[in-house]
Design a protein around this ligand. Structure first.
Ligand SMILES: *[C@@H]1O[C@H](CO)[C@@H](O)[C@H](O)[C@H]1NC(C)=O
Ligand SMILES: *[C@@H]1O[C@H](CO)[C@@H](O)[C@H](O)[C@H]1NC(C)=O
Ligand SMILES: *[C@@H]1O[C@H](CO)[C@@H](O)[C@H](O)[C@H]1NC(C)=O
Ligand SMILES: *[C@@H]1O[C@H](CO)[C@@H](O)[C@H](O)[C@H]1NC(C)=O
Ligand SMILES: *[C@@H]1O[C@H](CO)[C@@H](O)[C@H](O)[C@H]1NC(C)=O
Ligand SMILES: *[C@@H]1O[C@H](CO)[C@@H](O)[C@H](O)[C@H]1NC(C)=O
Length: 413
């Protein structure tokens, strides 16, 4: 027993430059002191690999320097794996190629593509893999995402050792679901929940990135809890502040919700947020920074919820979610008949979620997958989830007076 826990400690804690002990989620180990990684040797299609990584609060690994590239290559090769999916997705943009990291840090700051790559046209595709053995060791290639499976490496952010009870230690914070807090009250009003969190030196949870949103969902994945109240209250109608005074720099409001209330609830199935009455009883989640130090979040993971739908984005070939698209000239009726297409994209780890918040059209609004196969026709207040991170919308306005067109919110889903 002693031996086992000692060897676990060795892989999980490593000395960090700043002096704190680095902590990774269970099953992960520290790579070059900057991220937590875990190799999965089961071979999965790209999307399933992404889903599995997110299930653990991570993404496919984002390789950002030659040392990490070598480290990951060696780990995979040692385990007898010849190639692995990595967290890079390439789009074609005006017939050029743009590749992005899955962690929202933007276009690649480092890459190790083989000669002639990235290449997304037939028979290749937007997904990226790393060859870990043989003549092309360490080099990156593109392929279609839905080809037969491949092994993969997930990454999660590093955190730091906390002396107190902190069973969910993630990215510099400890998370405590009310159901695990040895409290007699596990669901209650906002005010009472916040004071219970404060009695544990924490606050009701604030959420600042897509990754954190995924992580919070993962904490409840095998529980009976359907929703939690978030640590936010409305200062003005529809203007929320976090109880822990952190910046309001991310939001995931349900585009269809027209509920009222000064508090927010997160649906643990869809992750979407809706306004609720602060007096309602809800399960809750407390969060506090780890005591040792704050983590430098090298994550430019902000979602600006674009609330300005008077820009149709007609004929865009690269519209990065989140945002809003509308029919041309929306909501003016009676404009000349106009044909538009929209090519919507999001990072490789998410699917395109389309929420038609307004639809009053003569012709159909047709949604296609990335290969131009129709997924369906939009209806008023319908939600459509594309099978991958690319979707195409097409619509021809009829030019009739009675039809105002459509507006749709596009979210990474
Ligand atoms: C895009 O570029 C590829 C290779 O450079 C070429 O084969 C293809 O015809 C181009 N497609 C369009 C639509 O221009
Ligand atoms: C609150 O928890 C109690 C006890 O677990 C449960 O019976 C009740 O249904 C919960 N209330 C809500 C609103 O979920
Ligand atoms: C958002 O706010 C959080 C908490 O204050 C901060 O840690 C994070 O860096 C911010 N993110 C961005 C993209 O500004
Ligand atoms: C969460 O969303 C799902 C899917 O829309 C819905 O069926 C469920 O009722 C929602 N749960 C709560 C607690 O609102
Ligand atoms: C969008 O593109 C189509 C096809 O290229 C074109 O017919 C249409 O006029 C364009 N729409 C606008 C508003 O420019
Ligand atoms: C769309 O649905 C909403 C809510 O169901 C309704 O209020 C609105 O009038 C509908 N719009 C049209 C154009 O049918």
């Amino acid at each position: 027993m002693r031996l086992i826990s000692f060897s676990i400690l060795l892989t999980v804690f490593a000395k960090n430059v700043l002096g704190g002990s680095v902590v990774c989620p269970s099953g992960f180990s520290v790579l070059n002191n900057n991220k937590c990684i875990r190799l999965f040797t089961n071979e999965l299609p790209h999307r399933q690999a992404e889903v599995d990584c997110r299930f653990l609060g991570g993404t496919l690994v984002n390789v950002k320097n030659a040392i990490d590239n070598r480290g990951i290559t060696n780990i995979a090769a040692t385990a007898g794996v010849n190639s692995i999916w990595i967290g890079t997705y390439c789009f074609d943009v005006n017939n050029g190629t743009n590749c992005y990291f899955d962690d929202k840090s933007g276009q690649l700051s480092y890459s190790n593509f083989a000669a002639g790559f990235p290449r997304v046209y037939e028979p290749y595709g937007g997904c990226t893999y790393l060859v870990t053995t043989g003549q092309y060791v360490g080099q990156w290639y593109n392929s279609k995402c839905d080809i037969a499976g491949m092994a993969f490496v997930c990454e999660a952010p590093i955190s730091y050792f906390d002396q107190s009870y902190c069973s969910h230690n993630y990215n510099g914070y400890c998370y405590y679901p009310s159901t695990e807090l040895q409290l007699t009250t596990i669901n209650t009003t906002y005010t009472r929940a916040q004071s219970l969190c404060q009695s544990k030196n924490s606050n009701l949870v604030s959420i600042h990135s897509m990754r954190e949103l995924d992580y919070v969902q993962s904490l409840y994945r095998s529980s009976q809890t359907n929703s939690i109240v978030l640590g936010a209250t409305a200062l003005l109608p529809n203007t929320f502040d976090w109880a822990d005074n952190s910046a309001w720099n991310f939001s995931y409001m349900d585009p269809f919700s027209n509920s009222n209330g000064d508090c927010l609830q997160m649906n643990l199935t869809t992750r979407l947020w809706t306004a609720i009455d602060c007096q309602a009883n809800n399960y809750f989640l407390c969060k506090r920074p780890v005591s040792s130090q704050s983590v430098d979040q090298n994550q430019n993971d902000e979602i600006k919820f674009i609330d300005d739908p008077d820009f149709s984005q007609c004929n865009t070939t690269f519209f990065m979610a989140p945002g809003v698209i509308t029919s041309f000239g929306y909501p003016q009726a009676g404009l000349p008949s106009t044909y538009c297409t929209w090519r919507l994209v999001t990072l490789g780890s998410y699917q395109i979620g389309l929420f038609f918040t307004h639809l009053q059209t003569f012709n159909d609004v047709v949604v296609y997958d990335e290969y131009s196969n129709p997924i369906g026709n939009a209806h008023n207040r319908s939600m459509m989830i594309a099978p991958s991170n690319i979707a195409i919308v097409s619509f021809k306005s009829g030019g009739y007076n009675a039809y105002t067109g459509f507006s749709a919110t596009v979210l990474p889903y």
